[in-house]
Design a protein around this ligand. Sequence first.
Ligand code: FAD
Length: 235
Amino acid sequence: MPVQKGLKATITKVVDLTPTVRELFFKPEKDFEFKAGQFIMLDIPHEGKIVQRAYSVASGDKGKSEFILVIKCYEHGVASRWVPTLKGGETVTFSGPFGKFLFKEPPSQQVVFVCTSTGLAPLYSMLVSQGVNHKNVDYKLYMGVWNEREVFYSRELEEAKKLVPNLQVHFVLDTASPEWKGLTGRVTQPISELDLTSKSTQFYICGNPAMIKSVRELLNSKNFPAAQVHTESYG
Ligand SMILES: Cc1cc2nc3c(=O)[nH]c(=O)nc-3n(C[C@H](O)[C@H](O)[C@H](O)COP(=O)(O)OP(=O)(O)OC[C@H]3O[C@@H](n4cnc5c(N)ncnc54)[C@H](O)[C@@H]3O)c2cc1C
């Protein structure tokens, strides 16, 4: 799909998913086509100018008349301070689609998705757009977040399990309360325990560059083929 510039969209809904992550629903002025895994460049007003920031589309690629972004807001940062001001009803401009972080068809027997926080966006889009067409694949998702309050899309991922029964979802918390029964620490730990030899496997990794580097190093140390590792860095 060719990149288009100066596209307009209305923000129809804003949802606070966590204390730092907002979900924004966009209705483009004309149908917007993209492939799961791709991103847009969103125009953000800043001190009388426009700056652009990249955001992966979080929704499935069949819906052309609406798309969703999930955006993490850091304490400082231009977009991070603008996103919390949105209420819905605003008109924004953007360009896209961009990117080659795409789901490879046909998938291998095991597909491992690894992300930190909003790095989930393109992976979730891949899962609901193409992953659902391959019900026999063993999908595993490892999503690193700071704490329980930063977990999001657990309901959406439970819904996805109805379509892809072999989907396993693991939230991996930096810091957890004593009640937390799931994984803690770094995503590299559970990944180091995966069976990567008896099944053909592909990795899709997205988010924090330090996490991506660590997972790549781990996979290299296991002589896992680099061609089977696909990444999108947010840094
Ligand atoms: C291809 C691509 C797709 C992306 N998709 C998404 C997405 O779907 N959702 C999403 O939330 N982000 C995504 N990003 C990141 C996004 O483009 C911005 O970099 C991010 O929103 C920060 O922008 P900002 O204007 O708030 O910060 P900037 O003004 O660019 O940065 C200024 C300061 O903000 C803080 N900051 C910025 N980023 C971080 C960070 N990662 N960790 C800690 N502090 C930080 C730091 O204090 C930094 O010095 C994507 C990036 C790329 C390259």
